[in-house]
Design a protein around this ligand. Structure first.
Ligand code: PGA
Length: 249
Protein backbone atom coordinates (compact mmCIF):
# COMPACT_ATOMS: atom_id res chain seq x y z
CA UNK A 1 0.00 0.00 0.00
CA UNK A 2 1.38 3.37 -1.04
CA UNK A 3 0.28 6.60 0.63
CA UNK A 4 1.44 9.83 -0.95
CA UNK A 5 0.85 13.11 0.89
CA UNK A 6 0.69 16.01 -1.57
CA UNK A 7 0.93 19.13 0.57
CA UNK A 8 0.73 21.39 -2.52
CA UNK A 9 1.50 25.05 -1.62
CA UNK A 10 -0.44 24.94 1.61
CA UNK A 11 2.29 25.03 4.24
CA UNK A 12 5.19 27.22 5.23
CA UNK A 13 8.65 25.71 5.63
CA UNK A 14 8.40 25.50 9.42
CA UNK A 15 4.90 24.04 9.20
CA UNK A 16 6.10 21.39 6.75
CA UNK A 17 8.94 20.41 9.04
CA UNK A 18 6.56 20.11 12.00
CA UNK A 19 4.03 18.04 10.06
CA UNK A 20 6.81 15.72 8.87
CA UNK A 21 7.89 15.22 12.51
CA UNK A 22 4.29 14.51 13.49
CA UNK A 23 3.96 11.92 10.72
CA UNK A 24 7.18 10.16 11.74
CA UNK A 25 6.14 10.17 15.40
CA UNK A 26 2.61 9.02 14.56
CA UNK A 27 3.79 6.12 12.41
CA UNK A 28 6.16 4.95 15.12
CA UNK A 29 3.29 4.68 17.53
CA UNK A 30 0.86 3.19 15.03
CA UNK A 31 0.27 -0.45 14.34
CA UNK A 32 2.27 -0.07 11.14
CA UNK A 33 5.82 -0.69 12.28
CA UNK A 34 8.46 1.43 10.64
CA UNK A 35 10.05 -1.62 9.15
CA UNK A 36 6.85 -2.18 7.21
CA UNK A 37 7.06 1.17 5.49
CA UNK A 38 9.08 0.82 2.35
CA UNK A 39 10.81 3.33 0.18
CA UNK A 40 10.45 1.38 -3.00
CA UNK A 41 7.28 0.98 -4.98
CA UNK A 42 8.73 -1.91 -6.88
CA UNK A 43 9.08 -3.75 -3.61
CA UNK A 44 5.37 -4.18 -3.23
CA UNK A 45 5.36 -6.31 -0.10
CA UNK A 46 3.93 -3.86 2.38
CA UNK A 47 3.53 -0.14 2.57
CA UNK A 48 5.21 3.09 1.61
CA UNK A 49 4.50 6.54 2.99
CA UNK A 50 5.78 9.39 0.83
CA UNK A 51 5.65 13.07 1.84
CA UNK A 52 5.68 15.70 -0.92
CA UNK A 53 6.32 19.19 0.45
CA UNK A 54 6.86 22.29 -1.69
CA UNK A 55 10.41 22.91 -2.99
CA UNK A 56 11.61 25.31 -0.26
CA UNK A 57 10.65 22.82 2.47
CA UNK A 58 12.32 19.79 0.91
CA UNK A 59 15.66 20.13 2.65
CA UNK A 60 14.19 20.62 6.14
CA UNK A 61 11.74 17.75 5.67
CA UNK A 62 14.53 15.56 4.27
CA UNK A 63 16.45 16.04 7.54
CA UNK A 64 13.41 14.93 9.54
CA UNK A 65 12.92 11.85 7.37
CA UNK A 66 16.57 10.81 7.33
CA UNK A 67 16.98 7.35 8.88
CA UNK A 68 13.22 6.83 9.03
CA UNK A 69 11.23 4.72 6.60
CA UNK A 70 9.14 7.62 5.34
CA UNK A 71 10.22 8.70 1.88
CA UNK A 72 10.53 12.15 0.36
CA UNK A 73 8.95 13.26 -2.92
CA UNK A 74 8.75 16.53 -4.83
CA UNK A 75 5.68 17.99 -6.52
CA UNK A 76 7.29 18.67 -9.91
CA UNK A 77 10.63 18.75 -11.71
CA UNK A 78 11.90 20.51 -14.81
CA UNK A 79 12.95 18.52 -17.90
CA UNK A 80 16.46 19.93 -18.28
CA UNK A 81 19.21 18.91 -15.88
CA UNK A 82 20.79 22.39 -15.74
CA UNK A 83 20.99 25.66 -17.62
CA UNK A 84 19.40 29.09 -18.02
CA UNK A 85 15.86 28.25 -16.88
CA UNK A 86 14.98 30.89 -14.32
CA UNK A 87 12.71 29.62 -11.58
CA UNK A 88 12.85 25.95 -12.55
CA UNK A 89 14.16 23.08 -10.41
CA UNK A 90 15.94 20.04 -11.88
CA UNK A 91 15.35 16.41 -11.02
CA UNK A 92 19.05 16.16 -10.29
CA UNK A 93 18.74 18.76 -7.50
CA UNK A 94 15.74 16.95 -6.07
CA UNK A 95 17.70 13.73 -5.98
CA UNK A 96 20.54 15.54 -4.24
CA UNK A 97 18.10 16.76 -1.58
CA UNK A 98 17.04 13.21 -0.83
CA UNK A 99 13.90 12.85 -2.97
CA UNK A 100 13.10 9.36 -4.17
CA UNK A 101 9.84 10.29 -5.87
CA UNK A 102 8.43 13.15 -7.90
CA UNK A 103 4.86 13.93 -8.88
CA UNK A 104 4.67 14.63 -12.62
CA UNK A 105 1.69 16.00 -14.55
CA UNK A 106 -0.60 16.83 -11.65
CA UNK A 107 -3.87 18.26 -12.97
CA UNK A 108 -3.18 21.53 -11.16
CA UNK A 109 0.03 21.88 -13.19
CA UNK A 110 -1.73 20.86 -16.38
CA UNK A 111 -4.30 23.59 -15.62
CA UNK A 112 -1.38 26.05 -15.59
CA UNK A 113 -0.44 25.04 -19.12
CA UNK A 114 1.54 21.81 -18.79
CA UNK A 115 0.96 19.76 -21.94
CA UNK A 116 1.29 16.01 -22.57
CA UNK A 117 4.55 16.77 -24.35
CA UNK A 118 5.95 18.58 -21.30
CA UNK A 119 4.81 15.74 -19.05
CA UNK A 120 6.68 13.32 -21.32
CA UNK A 121 9.89 15.36 -21.16
CA UNK A 122 9.64 15.64 -17.38
CA UNK A 123 9.17 11.88 -17.05
CA UNK A 124 12.30 11.26 -19.10
CA UNK A 125 14.26 13.71 -16.92
CA UNK A 126 12.98 12.32 -13.63
CA UNK A 127 13.80 8.75 -14.61
CA UNK A 128 17.24 9.74 -15.89
CA UNK A 129 17.95 11.35 -12.52
CA UNK A 130 16.99 8.16 -10.71
CA UNK A 131 13.69 9.38 -9.29
CA UNK A 132 10.50 7.32 -9.35
CA UNK A 133 7.81 9.43 -11.03
CA UNK A 134 4.24 9.49 -9.76
CA UNK A 135 2.52 10.19 -13.07
CA UNK A 136 -0.90 11.82 -12.64
CA UNK A 137 -3.68 11.26 -15.14
CA UNK A 138 -7.41 11.87 -14.99
CA UNK A 139 -10.30 13.33 -16.87
CA UNK A 140 -12.31 16.50 -16.23
CA UNK A 141 -16.03 16.36 -15.53
CA UNK A 142 -16.92 17.50 -19.06
CA UNK A 143 -15.19 14.40 -20.47
CA UNK A 144 -16.77 12.00 -17.98
CA UNK A 145 -20.21 13.42 -18.76
CA UNK A 146 -19.78 12.38 -22.36
CA UNK A 147 -18.38 8.97 -21.41
CA UNK A 148 -15.04 9.49 -23.15
CA UNK A 149 -12.86 9.09 -20.04
CA UNK A 150 -11.19 5.87 -21.16
CA UNK A 151 -9.84 7.23 -24.42
CA UNK A 152 -8.92 10.49 -22.66
CA UNK A 153 -6.76 8.73 -20.05
CA UNK A 154 -5.30 6.30 -22.61
CA UNK A 155 -4.22 9.27 -24.70
CA UNK A 156 -2.65 10.99 -21.66
CA UNK A 157 -0.77 7.80 -20.79
CA UNK A 158 0.49 7.11 -24.29
CA UNK A 159 1.69 10.68 -24.72
CA UNK A 160 3.39 10.69 -21.32
CA UNK A 161 5.18 7.40 -21.95
CA UNK A 162 6.44 8.17 -25.45
CA UNK A 163 9.99 6.92 -25.91
CA UNK A 164 10.11 5.11 -22.58
CA UNK A 165 10.55 1.37 -22.39
CA UNK A 166 9.27 -0.32 -19.24
CA UNK A 167 9.64 2.80 -17.07
CA UNK A 168 9.80 2.31 -13.33
CA UNK A 169 7.00 4.58 -12.20
CA UNK A 170 3.61 4.62 -10.55
CA UNK A 171 0.43 6.11 -11.92
CA UNK A 172 -2.00 8.18 -9.89
CA UNK A 173 -5.50 8.18 -11.32
CA UNK A 174 -6.96 11.48 -10.21
CA UNK A 175 -10.27 12.29 -11.87
CA UNK A 176 -10.33 16.07 -11.84
CA UNK A 177 -13.99 16.11 -10.80
CA UNK A 178 -13.03 14.35 -7.56
CA UNK A 179 -10.07 16.54 -6.53
CA UNK A 180 -10.90 18.80 -3.59
CA UNK A 181 -14.58 17.97 -3.85
CA UNK A 182 -16.80 15.65 -1.88
CA UNK A 183 -17.72 13.63 -4.96
CA UNK A 184 -15.27 10.80 -4.38
CA UNK A 185 -17.10 8.93 -1.64
CA UNK A 186 -20.01 7.75 -3.68
CA UNK A 187 -18.81 7.67 -7.26
CA UNK A 188 -15.13 6.98 -7.39
CA UNK A 189 -14.24 3.49 -6.14
CA UNK A 190 -16.00 1.94 -9.13
CA UNK A 191 -14.49 4.56 -11.46
CA UNK A 192 -11.05 3.90 -9.95
CA UNK A 193 -11.36 0.15 -10.41
CA UNK A 194 -12.39 0.50 -14.04
CA UNK A 195 -9.60 2.97 -14.79
CA UNK A 196 -6.96 0.85 -13.00
CA UNK A 197 -7.74 -1.91 -15.53
CA UNK A 198 -7.24 0.51 -18.41
CA UNK A 199 -3.95 1.78 -16.94
CA UNK A 200 -2.64 -1.74 -16.34
CA UNK A 201 -3.46 -2.63 -19.94
CA UNK A 202 -1.22 0.24 -21.09
CA UNK A 203 1.54 -0.26 -18.48
CA UNK A 204 1.43 -3.81 -17.14
CA UNK A 205 2.77 -4.26 -13.63
CA UNK A 206 2.77 -0.61 -12.65
CA UNK A 207 1.41 0.47 -9.26
CA UNK A 208 -1.83 2.43 -9.65
CA UNK A 209 -2.94 4.70 -6.85
CA UNK A 210 -6.11 6.80 -6.56
CA UNK A 211 -6.35 10.50 -5.75
CA UNK A 212 -9.24 12.88 -5.26
CA UNK A 213 -10.79 13.79 -1.89
CA UNK A 214 -9.48 10.71 -0.10
CA UNK A 215 -10.32 11.09 3.59
CA UNK A 216 -10.55 8.87 6.69
CA UNK A 217 -14.17 8.02 5.91
CA UNK A 218 -13.62 6.76 2.34
CA UNK A 219 -9.96 5.61 2.45
CA UNK A 220 -10.73 1.98 3.29
CA UNK A 221 -13.10 1.73 0.31
CA UNK A 222 -10.42 2.98 -2.08
CA UNK A 223 -7.60 0.95 -0.57
CA UNK A 224 -9.53 -2.28 -0.99
CA UNK A 225 -10.59 -1.46 -4.54
CA UNK A 226 -9.20 -4.14 -6.89
CA UNK A 227 -6.26 -2.80 -8.89
CA UNK A 228 -5.69 0.19 -6.58
CA UNK A 229 -2.51 0.01 -4.53
CA UNK A 230 -2.70 3.21 -2.57
CA UNK A 231 -3.78 6.82 -2.45
CA UNK A 232 -2.54 10.28 -3.29
CA UNK A 233 -3.93 12.49 -0.55
CA UNK A 234 -4.14 16.28 -0.76
CA UNK A 235 -6.33 18.15 1.72
CA UNK A 236 -6.59 15.37 4.31
CA UNK A 237 -2.79 14.94 4.41
CA UNK A 238 -2.44 18.39 5.98
CA UNK A 239 -4.16 17.22 9.13
CA UNK A 240 -2.06 14.77 11.12
CA UNK A 241 -5.03 12.96 12.68
CA UNK A 242 -6.74 12.52 9.33
CA UNK A 243 -3.57 11.43 7.54
CA UNK A 244 -2.67 8.84 10.16
CA UNK A 245 -6.25 7.55 10.08
CA UNK A 246 -5.89 7.05 6.31
CA UNK A 247 -2.53 5.28 6.74
CA UNK A 248 -4.17 2.93 9.23
CA UNK A 249 -7.31 2.39 7.11
P1 PGA B 1 -7.41 16.24 -2.58
O1 PGA B 1 -6.19 16.41 -3.58
O2 PGA B 1 -7.15 15.01 -1.74
O3 PGA B 1 -7.40 17.50 -1.74
O4 PGA B 1 -8.63 16.11 -3.41
C1 PGA B 1 -5.63 15.31 -4.23
C2 PGA B 1 -4.63 15.78 -5.24
O5 PGA B 1 -4.88 16.79 -5.91
O6 PGA B 1 -3.55 15.21 -5.37
Amino acid sequence: MILVANWKMNLGVGESEKLARDVVRGLKSSRARNSEILHSVQDDRKRAVILCPSFPALDRVARVLRSTNVALGAQDAFWQSSGAFTGEVSARELKELGCKFVIIGHSERRALGETDNIVNKKLHAALAAGLTPILCVGEPLSVRRTGRQVSYVQKQLKAALKGLRRPRLMVAYEPIWAISTSKSATESPAAAEAMARIIHAVIPGTAVIYGGSVNPANAAAFLKTPGIQGALVGGASLNIKKFLAIVRA
